[in-house]
Design a protein around this ligand. Structure first.
Ligand code: 8YV
Length: 326
């Protein structure tokens, strides 16, 4: 029997390609050439499965070009690149990669928080530019991290990881807002107190965004929300571009309406709002919060295992739309 044909849309670890080749005829993209939506639709033709990343949009047009497609395994926990409804209607399963990236991503959220609050990037640029003359009492004085109030918007697994780091490692008071409240047990583990969004905005010294992107979370942080925040506050976005109104944030940073920001995700990335590129008090990174080698390997393997399990007639490990399995 011939092996099912799959597309691996982006370059991944050669070991993962070798694993997939044991089960499938693999059309890979190890040269990592950018695929336009037309390229993607064309490469999906005749495929039963696909391993995608956040860069590939799987929508009705892509699905209609690939009537034999049965599964798209996203190498990401977020799946706002999938039109899940269009997939479900066509009986196409989606899977994602939760859990394996939680701790590394929470580490990175904390790295951005520390870097923004303690002005790490800004001061390094100053030093590299040869501007360091001598010590002074207020040279790059930032805001306190330990003992401060850590706010978290979106309290899924990554939010909880950040809360634990803040509460247990840095003695921070943790407050959070989420669509639903955590169980008492989880709140106790995270030492986190549920508050409404206004209290979160007004009370946080450091506000970390970890909520999924959806039309409902579009510009959840815009000019009005930024205006409610403390002038000394920092804002960290490791969630998705579009959750923050980047133009409003650039202006708020320029005008000192908040102290600093750390951003790993951007509206329309890889483009970055030009207003963010020329304000000093923001740390900017290219969507790398999950980027440790072991974590990226675990993500790629989990995506591959979802393909192998499902197309081999078994249960996928992390389905997004399990109703397709019925
Ligand atoms: C990925 C992410 O690197 O998992 C997610 O949702 O944002 C990142 O870990 C990115 O989406 C590539 O697929």
């Amino acid at each position: 029997m011939s092996k099912p044909a799959i597309l691996v849309a982006r370059a991944v670890f050669p070991e993962v390609i070798a694993l997939l080749e044991q089960h499938f005829q693999v059309d890979d993209n190890q040269a990592d050439l950018p695929l336009t939506s037309q390229d993607l639709a064309q490469r999906l033709q005749g495929k039963t499965g696909a391993l995608t990343t956040g860069s590939e949009r799987i929508d009705a047009a892509a699905l209609d070009a690939a009537p034999s497609l049965r599964i798209c395994a996203n190498m990401a926990v977020g799946f706002n690149n999938f039109d899940v409804q269009a997939m479900t209607v066509r009986g196409v399963l989606g899977t994602n990669t939760p859990d394996v990236l939680t701790e590394s991503t929470a580490d990175f959220g904390f790295a951005l928080l520390m870097a923004a609050a303690r002005r790490v990037s800004e001061s390094e640029h100053y030093l590299r530019a040869g501007k360091w003359g001598r010590w002074s009492y207020d040279l790059f004085a930032g805001s306190e991290v330990h003992g401060s109030t850590l706010g978290i918007l979106g309290m899924g697994r990554i939010g909880q990881g950040i809360a634990r780091r803040g509460a247990h490692g840095f003695g921070m008071k943790v407050i959070y807002h989420n669509r639903s409240r955590l169980s008492r047990q989880l709140e106790a583990d995270c030492r986190a107190r549920y508050v409404d969004k206004d209290e979160l905005l007004e009370t946080s010294d450091h506000l970390v965004l970890v909520l999924p992107y959806s039309p409902a979370s579009h510009h959840a942080i815009g000019a009005a929300e930024l205006a409610r925040m403390k002038r000394t506050a920092t804002l960290i976005n490791i969630a998705r571009g579009g959750i923050v109104d980047d133009a409003a944030l650039a202006l708020a940073l320029r005008e000192g309406r908040i102290a600093a920001a750390g951003l790993d995700v951007f509206e329309g990335e890889p483009k970055v709002h030009p207003g963010l590129l020329d304000v000093p008090n923001v740390v900017l990174t290219p969507h790398i919060a999950s980027a440790t080698t072991p974590t990226r390997m675990a993500m790629a393997k989990l995506a591959a295992e979802n393909l192998i399990a499902f197309l081999g007639g078994g249960r996928p490990l992390t389905p997004i739309n399990p109703e397709v399995l019925k």
